[in-house]
Design a protein around this ligand. Structure first.
Ligand code: GLN
Ligand code: ZN
Length: 759
């Protein structure tokens, strides 16, 4: 009997290309360049090559996104016919080119209309385009882009599942802020959405594929009980309408409860993430459906312990049919280790980027199927050796660091209570900025020329010193109260510190897609972290020597240092966080000794690592805030600790911010219409707060009157003695013209409101 079950696959492919081919094609296309190949031609080639790579490694099911140029959620929004009305015409869905143009407009905005919102994909650093649903939404099926390139029954189209689509969509209405659907709205919409999926699946099935995958990572969130029946009904309808086997993929969490739910539906397979889940994998699985076992970590870069994985898979195989896979899409890791020739040989041996992970899947499948080749055995032995090496290598283990972490006490994480700490002598409503000033062409080109060896380190350094002095002068002229050095020397707020810390390594080509054509190169935190020498003190001193006004020291916090890196998987994250925190604590002490009276420790990513299920969140927040306080609590009572975070769902994190105990927290609030002020008032917020009053994400210059209006509102909700006046994020992406104009207005507005308060 043919079951058509497959044995080896990966959850989903990356799209940007091993040499960022798609990025380059997209940017050239957007720039109006017509000489090179189109992005869709490039995507087709990359897709075909990737399929070939999977086949060559022995994988017998090929996940397929079709022409996916920007983001998979955006692809689904287009396939379901619900791109925002402001970007579509009656012809949009008639041609592939027009459809792609509407997708780009949705993602990037146009001169007339703002882009759709973009936000982080679950707890990753990848961003998706948020679907906007109007109240009268009607779905239709447009499978053309998904169908593109399917070339055999082993191709497995991958769609975002209907439940996840609706959980991530937002309801939009004239004059109202977009909001998630209520549970009732979601249950109401699911049946009509499911009908559109039936059509999409029908069109895909007609190509002769055997399996279609529906990604449902939203099942890893808290699923309200009233959704269960709607989900079951949807999957009964979908599976009942087609001969093709449906695979529901879950990832980013323990899939057991999803298995429990989906087993009650006629879907043929369920994919689970066995990297993030507990020791006893999927107890709920009854062995009736294909279990696609994600034993290879799709979002981290370590070589798999193949012996352990094999044992786990063998145990599962006793219980029913399984296939070997990655825990999630490989879009979260770099393509290949091959070009990383500058990496230390030992560290390199420990790593597995995308291509190696594909090979690991192939090897495990052959081991399970009894068709292992000599090279598979060799890979298993290598993996065992590597794991032994990692357990004992002096490269990772630094006893001094470990002793220090073990010696940390609660007192090390505590300052004198806020109301007993002396306040600095500053005018009411002091003005400041978040840290960075424009990263000009000159700054970036100096960095490029340093890398290429065109200028010496000394030349680069003196250019940065000149820039810092210029930034100080500009702030003095603007009349700001607490100045910053402007961060010209920092390429990236995490990379800059990772390059100066032991236990961290950088890659040369390890790009992963962050959003659209934008890629990042996360550093690899591989061992015990320590700080061989001060990292920022010199820049603080250069700045402080150039002015009488106080300069704020500027550091990246421990949680953000983890969130935007590949982290070690051989110890709890909380322990790694404390190691980074201690390194930062020393830096804070050195800044203080150099005369800094204000030190800002940014934590823009503290929300990103928040566990998906509410029940898991308190434990995370306890160690995350504990690490921040460990980094910042060593200072004198009179030294002000500032922090900054940028996201708009701030209201739900107020208790966390209180726990950080920073003297001042600057936040993003201008887009949320200062709604956060009410929340502050309700929580009796008693620490310093700087609600961002200039949305720096847009090049628009806010008028003085506008800023004054926002400030007046702020003064009404928050004790003016606690209020700071600042933009809502760093200025590195802005130009000088709009920066100067906006800060002029900001300072003038602050002076106006200040006068009314002191009067
Ligand atoms: N200090 C950083 C800057 O101003 C903060 C950046 C951020 O919030 N992501 O650029
Ligand atoms: Zn920010």
């Amino acid at each position: 009997m043919t079951t058509y079950n497959f044995r080896a696959t990966v959850a989903s492919p990356p799209r940007i290309g091993p040499n960022r081919e798609l990025k380059h094609a997209l940017e050239s296309h957007w720039a109006g360049n017509t000489s090179g190949p189109t992005p869709w031609a490039v995507a087709r080639e990359l897709n075909a090559a990737y399929a070939e790579q999977l086949r060559a490694a022995g994988l017998d099911s090929v996940p397929w996104l079709g022409i996916s140029l920007y983001d998979q959620m955006l692809d689904m929004t287009a396939a379901l016919g619900v791109l925002p009305a402001r970007f579509t015409t009656p012809d949009t869905y008639a041609s592939v080119e027009q459809l792609l143009a509407a997708c780009f407009a949705t993602a990037r905005g146009t001169a007339e209309h703002p882009a759709a919102a973009m936000t982080k994909w679950f707890d990753t650093n990848y961003h998706y385009i948020v679907p906007e649903l109007e109240s009268e939404v009607s779905f239709s099926a447009h499978p053309e882009l998904l169908l593109d390139g399917i070339a055999g029954p082993e191709f497995r189209p991958v769609l975002i599942g209907p439940y996840t689509f609706l959980r991530l969509a937002r309801r939009v209405a004239e004059g109202q802020a977009p909001r998630p659907l209520t549970p009732a709205e979601l249950s109401d919409l699911l049946p009509s959405l499911t009908q559109a999926y039936v059509e999409l699946i029908g069109a895909l099935a007609a190509t002769g594929v055997r399996w279609i995958q529906l990604d449902e990572p939203a099942l890893m969130l808290d699923v309200p009980i009233e959704h269960n029946d709607a989900i079951i009904a949807a999957y009964e309808t979908l599976a009942g309408a087609t001969e093709v086997r449906l695979l529901v993929a879950t990832y980013f969490g323990d899939g057991n409860s999803a298995v429990e739910l989906l087993q009650r539906t006629p879907v043929a397979g369920i994919a689970v993430d066995l990297v993030t889940s507990a020791a006893d994998p999927v107890p709920a699985w009854d062995g009736t459906k294909l279990l696609v076992a994600g034993v290879i970590d799709g979002r981290n870069v370590w070589r798999t312990d193949l012996r352990r994985a094999k044992e786990q898979l063998e145990a599962l195989q006793q219980r029913g049919p399984i296939a070997v896979s990655t825990s999630c899409s490989l879009l979260h890791v770099p393509y290949s280790l091959e070009p990383e020739t500058a990496l230390d040989a030992e560290l390199r041996r420990w790593l597995a980027f995308g291509a190696s992970k594909i090979d690991e899947v192939g090897t495990l499948a052959r081991l399970l199927g009894g068709t292992a080749r000599p090279e598979d055995q060799a890979l298993v032995e290598l993996s065992a050796r590597v794991w032994e090496e990692r357990r004992t290598s002096p490269r990772i283990h630094n006893e001094q660091v470990r002793d220090r972490v073990r010696g940390v006490t609660e007192a090390d994480r505590r300052r004198t209570p806020f109301d007993q700490r002396p306040r600095p002598e500053l005018p009411v409503l002091p003005t400041t900025t978040i840290g960075s000033f424009p990263q000009t062409k000159e700054i970036r080109s100096a960095r490029a020329r340093l890398r290429q060896g065109v200028i010496s380190a000394a030349e680069y350094d003196s250019q940065m010193v000149a820039e810092v002095r210029a930034v100080i002068r500009a702030q003095e002229e603007l009349g700001l109260d607490v100045l910053v050095h402007g961060e010209p020397e920092r390429n990236d707020m995490v990379q800059y510190f990772s390059e100066q810390l032991d236990g961290y390594a950088a890659t040369d080509y390890g790009w992963v897609q962050s959003y659209g054509s934008r890629c990042v190169r996360p550093p690899i935190l591989y061992g015990d972290v320590s700080r061989p020498a001060p990292m920022t003190v010199r820049w603080f001193e250069v700045a402080q020597r150039a002015t009488e006004k106080p300069v704020k020291g500027m550091l990246t916090g421990p949680v953000t240092m983890l969130a935007w890196s590949f982290v070690r998987d051989d110890q709890p994250l909380s322990e790694t966080a404390d190691q980074v925190a201690l390194a930062l604590r020393d830096e804070v002490a050195d800044l203080e000794a150099a005369g800094a009276r204000f030190i800002q420790v940014d934590e823009p990513a503290i929300r990103e690592l928040l566990p998906l299920r509410v029940a898991d969140q308190p434990a995370y927040l306890a160690w995350a805030t504990g690490a921040f306080r460990l980094a910042t609590s060593g200072v004198a009572d009179s030294t002000q600790i500032h922090t900054h975070m940028c996201y708009s769902q701030f209201a739900e994190l107020i208790d966390t911010i209180l726990d950080l105990d920073a003297d001042v927290t600057s936040i993003e609030s201008s887009r949320a219409g200062m709604g956060v002020l009410q929340a502050l008032a309700q929580h009796n917020f008693h620490l310093g707060i700087g609600p961002g009053i200039w949305d720096i994400h847009s090049p628009r210059v806010p008028s003085e009157a506008e800023i004054e209006h926002l400030l007046t509102q702020a003064v009404r909700h928050v004790d003016p003695a606690l209020l700071w006046v600042n933009p809502d994020c760093g200025l590195k992406t802005r130009g000088w013209a709009e920066t100067t104009a906006s800060l002029q207005n900001l300072v003038a507005a602050a002076h106006e409101v200040r006068a009314t308060i002191t009067a």
